[in-house]
Structures are given as C-alpha cells and as structure tokens.
Design a protein. Structure first.
Length: 147
C-alpha cells in the first residue's frame, strides 16, 4: 500500500453509499475495509491490516479494569464494521455511523497516510474554523522538525 493522501469531496446517496475517490482506491489493496467512529465527529476507514494493528495495540496496551480504556474501546472498537467497495467504487456507510458523524449529503474524504477520514462537509468546515489557533500553535511547536 502506498501513502493515502489528498482531500476530496463526494456525496452520500439516498441509500447511504459513498464513492471513494479513484485516487485513493488506486492506493488501496483489496475490496474490504473497516469503518468506525473516529474522533472529532468523523469516521475512520482502515485497510484490514492497519485496523488489525491498531485494534491489537489498543487491546494489548489497556486493561478492561480501566474506565478510560473501556471508553475508548467502546467508542472506537465496538462500532467498527466491515464494508466492501462495490464495482462502482462505493462503500455503504451503515446508518448508525452516518448518524453518529452527521453525514447527510456532502462529505469530505481525507487521506491520512494509513487511513481515511470521512467528514460531513459542514462539520469539517466548523472543525477547521474552531481549531485554527490550535493548529497554528501546534505547527509552531514543530519548529525544529526538518526534512
């Protein structure tokens, strides 16, 4: 798998299907993925190997006896569902996940190197606006980063 990057826009149809951009589909191997609740009101779409790695690390590094661990497990692992890419490059987003993320029509699809985020377009605009000063501060903290 190459790096998944880019920002794209597509719409969820009346049956809850969302077309994955051809550019991202080209980088993904296989046709089955894992879709779950992310943070910041978006959905996360993982290739199976990335999902397996994340869920294993999460379970191996936490205890069922820690309230915060159970909370994260319930919010990220429990709602996860396998989705398949159809012949037209679409995934069916389960209703429970559509409702949680507020996906109504227009969506923003972000390639984040090893996974994909799916946002309601209005929610994403609000997120960018609300976090602008935090982003600038975080970027400033990376001042020593070189490439």
């Amino acid at each position: 798998m190459n790096l998944l990057t880019g920002e794209f826009r597509n719409s969820v149809d009346e049956k809850g299907r969302l077309s994955l951009p051809a550019r991202l589909r080209e980088e993904l191997a296989g046709s089955t993925f894992v879709l779950t609740q992310g943070v910041d009101k978006c959905l996360w779409l993982f290739p199976p190997e990335q999902w397996e790695s994340l869920s294993k690390k999460l379970m191996d590094s936490t205890s069922l006896f820690q309230a915060k661990a159970r909370l994260v497990q319930r919010r990220i692992l429990a709602p996860a569902q396998e989705v398949e890419v159809d012949k037209l490059g679409r995934i069916s987003v389960p209703q429970s996940l559509r409702e949680w993320a507020g996906l109504t029509k227009e969506c923003v699809i972000l390639g984040i190197t090893k996974y994909i985020e799916i946002w309601d377009a209005e929610e994403y605009r609000n997120y960018l606006s609300e976090t602008e000063s935090e982003f600038l501060a975080a970027a400033e903290e990376l001042g020593d980063l070189t490439f």
